[in-house]
Design a protein around this ligand. Structure first.
Ligand SMILES: [Zn+2]
Length: 366
Protein backbone atom coordinates (compact mmCIF):
# COMPACT_ATOMS: atom_id res chain seq x y z
CA UNK A 1 0.00 0.00 0.00
CA UNK A 2 1.26 3.49 -0.77
CA UNK A 3 0.11 7.04 -1.35
CA UNK A 4 0.77 8.50 -4.79
CA UNK A 5 0.73 12.25 -5.51
CA UNK A 6 -1.89 13.19 -8.10
CA UNK A 7 0.39 15.88 -9.56
CA UNK A 8 4.01 14.64 -9.56
CA UNK A 9 3.40 10.90 -8.88
CA UNK A 10 5.80 10.91 -5.88
CA UNK A 11 5.18 7.95 -3.58
CA UNK A 12 4.82 7.97 0.23
CA UNK A 13 4.32 5.13 2.73
CA UNK A 14 0.88 5.05 4.39
CA UNK A 15 2.42 5.58 7.85
CA UNK A 16 3.64 9.06 6.89
CA UNK A 17 2.44 12.07 8.87
CA UNK A 18 2.30 13.99 5.60
CA UNK A 19 -1.25 14.61 4.44
CA UNK A 20 -0.30 15.92 1.00
CA UNK A 21 2.75 15.84 -1.28
CA UNK A 22 5.67 18.21 -0.90
CA UNK A 23 4.62 19.68 -4.28
CA UNK A 24 1.16 20.46 -2.87
CA UNK A 25 -0.56 17.61 -4.73
CA UNK A 26 -3.20 15.44 -3.06
CA UNK A 27 -2.75 11.75 -2.36
CA UNK A 28 -4.43 8.83 -4.03
CA UNK A 29 -4.12 5.38 -2.48
CA UNK A 30 -2.67 2.47 -4.43
CA UNK A 31 -2.71 -1.15 -3.34
CA UNK A 32 -3.05 -4.52 -4.96
CA UNK A 33 -6.73 -4.96 -5.67
CA UNK A 34 -8.32 -8.40 -5.68
CA UNK A 35 -9.82 -9.70 -8.90
CA UNK A 36 -13.27 -10.45 -7.50
CA UNK A 37 -15.50 -9.38 -4.70
CA UNK A 38 -15.80 -12.14 -2.09
CA UNK A 39 -19.48 -12.44 -1.16
CA UNK A 40 -18.89 -15.33 1.24
CA UNK A 41 -17.80 -13.07 4.13
CA UNK A 42 -20.49 -13.33 6.77
CA UNK A 43 -19.98 -9.97 8.54
CA UNK A 44 -23.07 -7.76 8.54
CA UNK A 45 -20.99 -4.58 8.66
CA UNK A 46 -19.17 -2.83 5.81
CA UNK A 47 -16.25 -5.20 6.48
CA UNK A 48 -18.35 -7.68 4.53
CA UNK A 49 -16.66 -6.01 1.54
CA UNK A 50 -13.14 -6.24 2.92
CA UNK A 51 -12.07 -8.04 -0.27
CA UNK A 52 -12.50 -4.66 -2.00
CA UNK A 53 -10.81 -2.60 0.70
CA UNK A 54 -7.14 -1.91 1.55
CA UNK A 55 -5.46 -4.76 3.44
CA UNK A 56 -5.78 -3.97 7.17
CA UNK A 57 -5.17 -6.32 10.08
CA UNK A 58 -8.22 -8.26 11.24
CA UNK A 59 -7.25 -7.69 14.88
CA UNK A 60 -7.28 -3.93 14.35
CA UNK A 61 -10.59 -4.00 12.49
CA UNK A 62 -12.18 -6.14 15.22
CA UNK A 63 -11.00 -3.65 17.85
CA UNK A 64 -12.24 -0.55 16.03
CA UNK A 65 -15.47 -1.64 14.34
CA UNK A 66 -18.91 -0.77 15.71
CA UNK A 67 -20.63 -2.89 13.03
CA UNK A 68 -21.12 0.18 10.83
CA UNK A 69 -22.75 -0.32 7.44
CA UNK A 70 -25.47 -2.68 6.26
CA UNK A 71 -27.94 0.22 6.23
CA UNK A 72 -31.52 -0.46 5.06
CA UNK A 73 -33.31 0.73 1.93
CA UNK A 74 -36.62 2.44 2.61
CA UNK A 75 -39.28 2.96 -0.07
CA UNK A 76 -39.98 6.62 -0.82
CA UNK A 77 -42.30 5.99 -3.75
CA UNK A 78 -42.78 3.63 -6.67
CA UNK A 79 -39.27 3.98 -8.09
CA UNK A 80 -37.35 5.73 -5.34
CA UNK A 81 -35.62 4.30 -2.31
CA UNK A 82 -33.69 6.02 0.44
CA UNK A 83 -30.62 4.31 1.87
CA UNK A 84 -30.92 5.14 5.54
CA UNK A 85 -27.37 6.04 6.49
CA UNK A 86 -28.56 7.39 9.83
CA UNK A 87 -28.66 3.72 10.92
CA UNK A 88 -25.00 4.13 11.81
CA UNK A 89 -23.19 4.18 15.16
CA UNK A 90 -22.84 7.99 15.15
CA UNK A 91 -25.96 8.55 13.01
CA UNK A 92 -24.31 9.53 9.73
CA UNK A 93 -22.68 7.93 6.68
CA UNK A 94 -19.32 9.34 7.76
CA UNK A 95 -18.85 6.23 9.92
CA UNK A 96 -18.03 4.33 6.73
CA UNK A 97 -14.93 6.43 6.20
CA UNK A 98 -14.00 6.88 9.85
CA UNK A 99 -14.08 3.13 10.56
CA UNK A 100 -11.55 2.49 7.78
CA UNK A 101 -9.35 5.54 8.47
CA UNK A 102 -9.18 4.98 12.24
CA UNK A 103 -8.39 1.29 11.62
CA UNK A 104 -5.40 2.45 9.55
CA UNK A 105 -4.39 4.91 12.29
CA UNK A 106 -4.54 2.17 14.88
CA UNK A 107 -2.51 -0.18 12.66
CA UNK A 108 0.30 2.34 12.11
CA UNK A 109 0.45 3.31 15.79
CA UNK A 110 -1.00 6.84 15.74
CA UNK A 111 -1.58 8.19 19.27
CA UNK A 112 -3.11 11.58 18.46
CA UNK A 113 -4.90 13.18 15.52
CA UNK A 114 -6.74 16.29 14.44
CA UNK A 115 -9.67 16.68 12.07
CA UNK A 116 -11.82 19.49 10.73
CA UNK A 117 -15.43 19.05 9.83
CA UNK A 118 -18.79 20.72 9.44
CA UNK A 119 -19.82 18.35 12.22
CA UNK A 120 -20.59 14.79 11.17
CA UNK A 121 -17.10 13.67 10.14
CA UNK A 122 -15.64 15.16 13.32
CA UNK A 123 -18.20 13.29 15.40
CA UNK A 124 -17.47 10.08 13.60
CA UNK A 125 -13.67 10.34 13.85
CA UNK A 126 -13.98 11.32 17.54
CA UNK A 127 -16.12 8.26 18.28
CA UNK A 128 -13.83 5.80 16.51
CA UNK A 129 -10.73 7.40 18.05
CA UNK A 130 -12.28 6.99 21.51
CA UNK A 131 -12.77 3.32 20.72
CA UNK A 132 -9.20 2.93 19.44
CA UNK A 133 -7.65 4.89 22.33
CA UNK A 134 -6.41 7.68 20.04
CA UNK A 135 -6.45 11.32 21.20
CA UNK A 136 -8.42 13.66 18.97
CA UNK A 137 -8.75 17.43 18.37
CA UNK A 138 -11.77 18.43 16.28
CA UNK A 139 -12.05 21.80 14.54
CA UNK A 140 -15.53 22.95 13.53
CA UNK A 141 -16.93 26.24 12.18
CA UNK A 142 -18.54 28.13 15.08
CA UNK A 143 -21.98 27.91 13.39
CA UNK A 144 -21.97 24.09 13.72
CA UNK A 145 -25.08 22.81 15.51
CA UNK A 146 -24.80 22.45 19.30
CA UNK A 147 -25.97 18.87 19.10
CA UNK A 148 -23.01 17.86 16.97
CA UNK A 149 -20.54 19.68 19.22
CA UNK A 150 -22.07 17.99 22.27
CA UNK A 151 -21.75 14.60 20.58
CA UNK A 152 -18.07 15.24 19.69
CA UNK A 153 -17.23 16.28 23.27
CA UNK A 154 -18.99 13.21 24.65
CA UNK A 155 -16.37 11.07 22.90
CA UNK A 156 -13.60 12.86 24.78
CA UNK A 157 -12.33 14.93 21.86
CA UNK A 158 -11.13 18.50 22.31
CA UNK A 159 -13.38 20.80 20.25
CA UNK A 160 -12.06 24.02 18.65
CA UNK A 161 -14.82 26.30 17.36
CA UNK A 162 -13.47 28.51 14.56
CA UNK A 163 -15.09 31.79 13.52
CA UNK A 164 -15.35 32.25 9.76
CA UNK A 165 -15.74 30.00 6.77
CA UNK A 166 -15.44 26.23 6.47
CA UNK A 167 -12.21 26.82 4.52
CA UNK A 168 -10.76 28.90 7.35
CA UNK A 169 -11.50 26.00 9.73
CA UNK A 170 -9.39 23.77 7.48
CA UNK A 171 -6.58 26.34 7.51
CA UNK A 172 -6.57 26.46 11.33
CA UNK A 173 -6.53 22.66 11.50
CA UNK A 174 -3.55 22.46 9.16
CA UNK A 175 -1.65 25.00 11.30
CA UNK A 176 -2.40 22.85 14.37
CA UNK A 177 -1.38 19.61 12.59
CA UNK A 178 1.90 21.10 11.39
CA UNK A 179 2.91 22.80 14.62
CA UNK A 180 2.04 19.77 16.79
CA UNK A 181 3.15 17.09 14.30
CA UNK A 182 -0.02 15.03 14.76
CA UNK A 183 -1.81 12.82 12.24
CA UNK A 184 -4.35 14.69 10.10
CA UNK A 185 -7.44 12.44 10.09
CA UNK A 186 -9.03 14.44 7.29
CA UNK A 187 -12.03 13.04 5.43
CA UNK A 188 -10.99 15.28 2.54
CA UNK A 189 -7.22 14.75 2.31
CA UNK A 190 -6.89 11.14 3.45
CA UNK A 191 -7.84 8.61 0.75
CA UNK A 192 -8.62 5.87 3.29
CA UNK A 193 -11.84 7.75 4.05
CA UNK A 194 -13.01 7.25 0.44
CA UNK A 195 -12.20 3.56 0.71
CA UNK A 196 -14.85 3.42 3.44
CA UNK A 197 -17.46 5.38 1.52
CA UNK A 198 -16.98 3.02 -1.45
CA UNK A 199 -18.98 0.47 0.52
CA UNK A 200 -22.15 2.55 0.05
CA UNK A 201 -22.15 1.37 -3.58
CA UNK A 202 -21.16 -2.24 -2.82
CA UNK A 203 -24.07 -2.48 -0.43
CA UNK A 204 -26.44 -1.16 -3.10
CA UNK A 205 -25.01 -3.72 -5.54
CA UNK A 206 -25.81 -6.53 -3.15
CA UNK A 207 -29.25 -5.13 -2.22
CA UNK A 208 -30.21 -4.88 -5.88
CA UNK A 209 -29.29 -8.52 -6.59
CA UNK A 210 -25.81 -7.92 -8.03
CA UNK A 211 -26.95 -4.97 -10.05
CA UNK A 212 -27.46 -1.25 -9.45
CA UNK A 213 -30.38 1.16 -9.66
CA UNK A 214 -30.62 3.28 -12.84
CA UNK A 215 -30.05 6.58 -11.04
CA UNK A 216 -27.72 7.21 -8.11
CA UNK A 217 -28.18 10.57 -6.42
CA UNK A 218 -25.25 11.86 -4.38
CA UNK A 219 -24.76 15.07 -2.41
CA UNK A 220 -21.65 17.12 -3.19
CA UNK A 221 -20.01 19.43 -0.69
CA UNK A 222 -16.45 18.22 -0.27
CA UNK A 223 -17.49 15.04 -2.08
CA UNK A 224 -16.77 12.44 0.62
CA UNK A 225 -19.55 10.14 -0.50
CA UNK A 226 -19.40 11.16 -4.16
CA UNK A 227 -15.70 10.32 -4.53
CA UNK A 228 -15.94 6.98 -2.71
CA UNK A 229 -18.99 6.07 -4.80
CA UNK A 230 -17.27 7.08 -8.05
CA UNK A 231 -14.17 5.01 -7.23
CA UNK A 232 -16.37 2.01 -6.39
CA UNK A 233 -18.37 2.33 -9.62
CA UNK A 234 -15.19 2.54 -11.70
CA UNK A 235 -13.76 -0.50 -9.89
CA UNK A 236 -16.94 -2.47 -10.61
CA UNK A 237 -16.90 -1.51 -14.27
CA UNK A 238 -13.24 -2.52 -14.50
CA UNK A 239 -14.08 -5.93 -13.00
CA UNK A 240 -17.07 -6.41 -15.35
CA UNK A 241 -19.42 -6.53 -12.38
CA UNK A 242 -21.59 -3.95 -14.18
CA UNK A 243 -21.95 -3.22 -17.92
CA UNK A 244 -22.18 0.51 -17.51
CA UNK A 245 -22.20 3.16 -14.83
CA UNK A 246 -25.69 4.27 -13.76
CA UNK A 247 -26.70 7.91 -14.15
CA UNK A 248 -24.92 9.79 -11.37
CA UNK A 249 -26.72 12.91 -10.21
CA UNK A 250 -24.66 15.21 -8.02
CA UNK A 251 -26.75 17.52 -5.84
CA UNK A 252 -25.59 20.92 -4.62
CA UNK A 253 -27.43 23.72 -2.83
CA UNK A 254 -28.11 26.57 -5.27
CA UNK A 255 -26.54 28.97 -2.74
CA UNK A 256 -23.32 26.97 -2.64
CA UNK A 257 -22.71 25.28 -5.97
CA UNK A 258 -19.07 25.63 -7.12
CA UNK A 259 -19.03 22.21 -8.82
CA UNK A 260 -22.31 22.89 -10.63
CA UNK A 261 -20.90 26.23 -11.81
CA UNK A 262 -17.72 24.65 -13.15
CA UNK A 263 -19.62 21.82 -14.83
CA UNK A 264 -22.15 24.13 -16.45
CA UNK A 265 -19.48 26.51 -17.75
CA UNK A 266 -17.16 23.75 -18.97
CA UNK A 267 -14.36 24.88 -16.68
CA UNK A 268 -11.35 22.63 -16.02
CA UNK A 269 -11.03 23.77 -12.42
CA UNK A 270 -13.58 24.31 -9.70
CA UNK A 271 -13.32 27.92 -8.57
CA UNK A 272 -14.06 29.32 -5.14
CA UNK A 273 -17.44 30.97 -4.85
CA UNK A 274 -17.93 34.06 -2.73
CA UNK A 275 -20.94 33.25 -0.59
CA UNK A 276 -22.03 29.90 0.69
CA UNK A 277 -25.16 30.47 2.70
CA UNK A 278 -27.24 27.30 2.87
CA UNK A 279 -29.13 25.47 5.59
CA UNK A 280 -27.58 22.28 4.19
CA UNK A 281 -24.44 22.71 6.30
CA UNK A 282 -23.07 19.28 5.39
CA UNK A 283 -22.59 20.35 1.75
CA UNK A 284 -21.64 24.00 2.37
CA UNK A 285 -18.21 24.07 0.77
CA UNK A 286 -17.28 27.17 -1.21
CA UNK A 287 -14.12 25.52 -2.56
CA UNK A 288 -14.02 21.72 -2.35
CA UNK A 289 -10.32 20.76 -2.16
CA UNK A 290 -10.90 17.77 -4.41
CA UNK A 291 -13.24 19.76 -6.65
CA UNK A 292 -11.24 19.08 -9.81
CA UNK A 293 -11.27 15.38 -9.04
CA UNK A 294 -15.05 15.48 -8.46
CA UNK A 295 -15.46 17.24 -11.80
CA UNK A 296 -13.23 14.71 -13.57
CA UNK A 297 -15.20 11.69 -12.23
CA UNK A 298 -18.48 13.40 -13.08
CA UNK A 299 -17.43 14.01 -16.69
CA UNK A 300 -15.74 10.65 -17.18
CA UNK A 301 -18.86 8.84 -16.02
CA UNK A 302 -21.41 11.02 -17.80
CA UNK A 303 -22.95 12.36 -14.60
CA UNK A 304 -25.03 15.50 -14.21
CA UNK A 305 -25.43 18.15 -11.51
CA UNK A 306 -28.71 19.40 -10.09
CA UNK A 307 -28.96 22.42 -7.80
CA UNK A 308 -31.75 22.99 -5.30
CA UNK A 309 -33.04 26.15 -3.65
CA UNK A 310 -33.32 26.67 0.09
CA UNK A 311 -37.09 26.52 -0.24
CA UNK A 312 -36.94 23.21 -2.12
CA UNK A 313 -34.67 21.79 0.60
CA UNK A 314 -37.05 22.87 3.38
CA UNK A 315 -40.07 21.47 1.52
CA UNK A 316 -38.27 18.16 0.90
CA UNK A 317 -37.36 18.00 4.58
CA UNK A 318 -41.03 18.39 5.52
CA UNK A 319 -42.13 15.86 2.91
CA UNK A 320 -39.70 13.24 4.21
CA UNK A 321 -40.84 13.87 7.79
CA UNK A 322 -44.43 13.30 6.64
CA UNK A 323 -43.26 9.92 5.31
CA UNK A 324 -41.96 9.18 8.81
CA UNK A 325 -38.31 10.06 8.16
CA UNK A 326 -36.75 12.82 10.22
CA UNK A 327 -33.43 13.42 8.49
CA UNK A 328 -30.74 16.03 8.72
CA UNK A 329 -31.55 19.09 6.59
CA UNK A 330 -28.54 18.30 4.35
CA UNK A 331 -30.06 14.90 3.54
CA UNK A 332 -33.27 16.62 2.43
CA UNK A 333 -31.25 18.29 -0.35
CA UNK A 334 -30.89 14.84 -1.94
CA UNK A 335 -34.64 14.32 -2.01
CA UNK A 336 -35.13 17.85 -3.32
CA UNK A 337 -32.57 17.01 -6.02
CA UNK A 338 -34.51 13.91 -7.02
CA UNK A 339 -37.79 15.84 -7.21
CA UNK A 340 -36.14 18.51 -9.35
CA UNK A 341 -34.60 15.88 -11.62
CA UNK A 342 -37.93 14.21 -12.37
CA UNK A 343 -39.62 17.58 -12.85
CA UNK A 344 -37.00 18.47 -15.49
CA UNK A 345 -36.91 15.03 -17.11
CA UNK A 346 -40.20 13.24 -16.53
CA UNK A 347 -38.94 9.92 -17.95
CA UNK A 348 -36.46 9.60 -15.08
CA UNK A 349 -39.45 9.15 -12.78
CA UNK A 350 -39.95 5.70 -14.34
CA UNK A 351 -36.44 4.56 -13.50
CA UNK A 352 -35.17 3.05 -10.26
CA UNK A 353 -33.37 5.65 -8.17
CA UNK A 354 -31.69 5.78 -4.76
CA UNK A 355 -30.92 8.73 -2.54
CA UNK A 356 -28.77 8.59 0.60
CA UNK A 357 -30.41 9.72 3.82
CA UNK A 358 -27.04 10.80 5.16
CA UNK A 359 -27.71 11.81 8.76
CA UNK A 360 -30.30 11.82 11.55
CA UNK A 361 -32.57 14.86 11.92
CA UNK A 362 -31.87 15.45 15.59
CA UNK A 363 -28.24 16.28 14.76
CA UNK A 364 -29.17 19.60 13.18
CA UNK A 365 -32.17 20.76 15.18
CA UNK A 366 -31.47 24.09 16.81
ZN1 LIG B 1 3.63 15.79 -5.75
Amino acid sequence: MKYVCNICSAEYPVDTLRYRCQCGGLFSLEYEKKEDMDFSVSARSLWRFSSMLPPLSKDVIDKVTMQEGGTPLISLGENLEGKAEYFMPTLSFKDRGAAVLVSLMSQIGISHCAVDSSGNAGTSVAAYCARAGIGCDVFVPSRTSDKKICQIKAHGACVHEVEGSREFTTQKTIEFVESNQVFYASHIFNPFFYEGTKTYIYELYESYGKSLPDIIILPVGNGTLFLGASIALEEMLHRDMIDSIPLIVAVQAENCAPVAHAHLHDLTHVEKIETCDTAAEGIASALPLRGDQILAHLRKNGGIVVTVSEQQIVEAHKALAMMGLFVEITSAANYAGYLKLISLREEYGNRKAVIPLCGAGLKSVH
